[in-house]
Design a protein around this ligand. Structure first.
Ligand code: CP
Ligand code: NVA
Length: 313
């Protein structure tokens, strides 16, 4: 049973196939084609936290592929009405896959552990693999490839940063996290990346202006993630010098692109002038969520279509 609990669940050549399929499906959509590759397939979206992009991009992507999706919020009583084993095995008889957005990463692991259907991580406290796939697609479109491209992440070393770091390691890109002390990436996560990808170039820094000097893309995320609201004041103070603003952009090369996973707190981690600038890819990046996930869904549920239709460069 193939899951995507994190990008550690797939090999580099599999990621490359998913990304190639995503780009191919994006081109077909632009040409007006919506091939029914997942006709009558059904996925469930099991979400414990709010979402715009993840929810809507999986639902629309699935519809464009000829399948359908069910949104399951609090009303299904996940973790409350019945045991996890009964819940998961029953759900697995109805749906072809489940996308899970969970407060704790262990919930995604638990769901996947029953092998009742493929489980896709739709964001946990640990990582956000679907986001990272869309991000590297966006970099490829803007900068012409993956190899050696340097993403400088200015902000919190949590879920989004951790996934992007792993994804860049898989594609021979470079990654730097620049953050205040105490907000670094999880050391176990970094050790796992180093063990699996010994050539990975992942660095950390504390001076944003120096860190962005050779950036190809500058990425930021909210200072206070969902569930961390009680820490908001402390985080605002800690990250005060880590805003992506015009002064910081002046320290970066003129070709550097701007990324943000969204939702953003405009005026906090990023200013209007930067997020709305010509260097910003933020809106296309959000749109790429759907294209990346279509590639992932086809890879999980109808891999033969990729074998027959997609060439990996
Ligand atoms: N970037 C992202 O996952 O957005 P949502 O929280 O709206 O799904
Ligand atoms: N780090 C953010 C990402 C939202 C897509 C959060 O977890 O809330």
């Amino acid at each position: 049973m193939q899951h995507l609990r994190s990008l550690f669940d797939i090999e580099v050549h599999e990621l490359q196939r998913i990304l190639a399929a995503s780009l191919s499906l994006k081109q077909r959509l632009a040409a007006g084609e919506r091939p029914p590759i997942l006709e009558r397939r059904v996925i469930a979206l099991l979400f414990q936290k709010p979402s715009l992009r993840t929810r809507v991009s999986f639902e629309t992507g699935m519809a464009q592929l000829g399948g359908t999706s069910l949104f399951l919020g609090e009303e299904v009583g996940w973790g409350k009405r019945e045991s996890p084993v009964d819940f998961t095995k029953v759900l697995g008889q109805f749906v072809d896959a489940v996308v899970c957005r969970a407060k704790k990463h262990e919930h995604v692991e638990l769901l996947a552990g029953f092998n009742a259907m493929p489980v896709i991580n739709g964001l946990t406290d640990l990582c956000h693999p679907c986001q990272a796939m869309a991000d590297v697609l966006t970099v490829r479109e803007s900068l012409g490839g993956y190899k050696d491209k340097h993403i400088v992440f200015v902000g919190d070393g949590n879920n989004v940063a951790q996934s992007v770091a792993l994804c860049t390691a898989m594609l021979d890109m470079r990654f730097t996290l620049v953050c205040p002390p105490g907000y670094e990436m999880d050391s176990d996560w970094l050790r796992r990346i180093a063990d699996r990808y010994p050539k990975a170039i992942i660095e950390s820094a504390t001076d944003p202006h120096r860190a962005v000097a050779d950036a190809d893309a500058i990425y930021t995320d909210v200072w206070t993630s969902m569930g961390q609201e009680a820490e908001m004041a402390a985080r605002r103070a800690a990250f005060a010098n880590f805003q992506v603003n015009e002064q910081l952009m002046a320290s970066a090369p003129s070709h550097a692109r701007v990324l943000h996973c969204l939702p953003a707190v405009r005026g906090e981690e990023i200013t209007d002038a930067v997020i709305d600038s010509k260097q910003s890819d933020v809106i296309r990046q959000a749109g790429n969520r759907m294209h990346a996930q279509k590639g992932l869904l086809v890879w999980l549920l109808n891999r033969k279509w990729i074998d027959d239709h997609v060439q990996v460069d």
